[in-house]
Design a protein around this ligand. Sequence first.
Ligand SMILES: C[S@@+](CC[C@H](N)C(=O)[O-])C[C@H]1O[C@@H](n2cnc3c(N)ncnc32)[C@H](O)[C@@H]1O
Length: 389
Amino acid sequence: MARLMGTKAVKVEAIDAQRTKETLLDLGIIDKTRKPMKDDGKVLFPVDDARLDDISILSRDGISFEIVEGGCPPNDSHRGKRLVDLLEGEIPGELLDLVPTSFNIIGKIMILEIDPALHDMAPVIAKASRLLHPRLEAIYLKLTGRIGTYRTRDLELIWGKEDPVTIHVENGCRFLVDVTRTFFDPRLAREHERLVSRIAQAGFEPATILDLFCGIGPFSIPLALLDQDLEIHAVDINPVAIHLLDRNVDLNGVNPERITHRAMDARDFMREASEANISFDHVILNLPGTSHLFLEHAVHLLAPRGRLYWYTIAPDFTGKKESRGISMEGALARLKALDLDGNKEIPSPCTKGMALATTLGLHVAMVTRVKAYAPYKYTYCIELSHSKG
Ligand SMILES: C[S@@+](CC[C@H](N)C(=O)[O-])C[C@H]1O[C@@H](n2cnc3c(N)ncnc32)[C@H](O)[C@@H]1O
């Protein structure tokens, strides 16, 4: 499907235009299908409508701006073109149907996710991709899905600079990501934002938060930036992720006293916390395939008023993005009632976790379908608490 043109523009004083341009380009927010323009002593930069939250970074850089509708005229020859259009005549016609319709871009790095039948043509596809995304600095070919404890992928550099670390902007924060050695999925941006605002609205203050599989910090950093009295404990077994989280604390001007981070196994952290009689008001368990194995220990660390956010994988048992008023028994019954054939079987981490949560007497506050995980399967966030309501 052709990329839709944005409609919004950022308007700044001419004196701030150069700095604004550099920042927007660095952040990859400029909509290149339209041209900047001058208007009554001010300058308008076309921006990606889906990234408006990220533009708040300009204020932190001391630039005052307004977001306006339209104004910027369409840009050059590649406007509205799809990757498949650029590849016509470049790759065998029978393979054109396999050309991807969306891009996975982290900062200035593209991860090319293509059918193995196209792997030999990866350099040609990379060249065409660069025409549509001229500010890329590197393109990696994805060789595997997420593997190992660190949930990383095997990638092969097919074009550009041999540096897998890039700055990605998400929900108004800047994140250093190592695309080869740390987990990061830009498709989780909306979920990161949703959970942060859910926690912000819980109304517990002061509150302690445990982000047990924190990665490079896409929950912890925006939580630490909230104007609330929150104490955040971030844990990940991958030392590279924790190193980058530490740098992301600096990069976003987070008060380091608000966030502690540890590179260690979640089980060891929970054992230490339990021995020290520490409890948490919010516990985030974002390790969808395995987090049911950590559920029981995490529940013991949950404060009486606390909320636990358990991520798991399941077929679509809710039929909608957000559901309330479901009981754990009801959720299990819905899953079992689904008419699934052998290929679509219910993943056992999900049913095991639900059975355990029932035994532990937990209540379901909310169920959120986060994103597609695999054919017929979705990542879900199941919000649990000790008491109803
Ligand atoms: C699915 S990623 C989620 C990262 C982050 N929460 C996000 O949203 O981007 C899961 C993370 O769990 C970490 N992990 C896996 N097993 C772990 C364990 N036993 N203890 C602590 N962290 C672990 C991995 O290194 C990875 O960074």
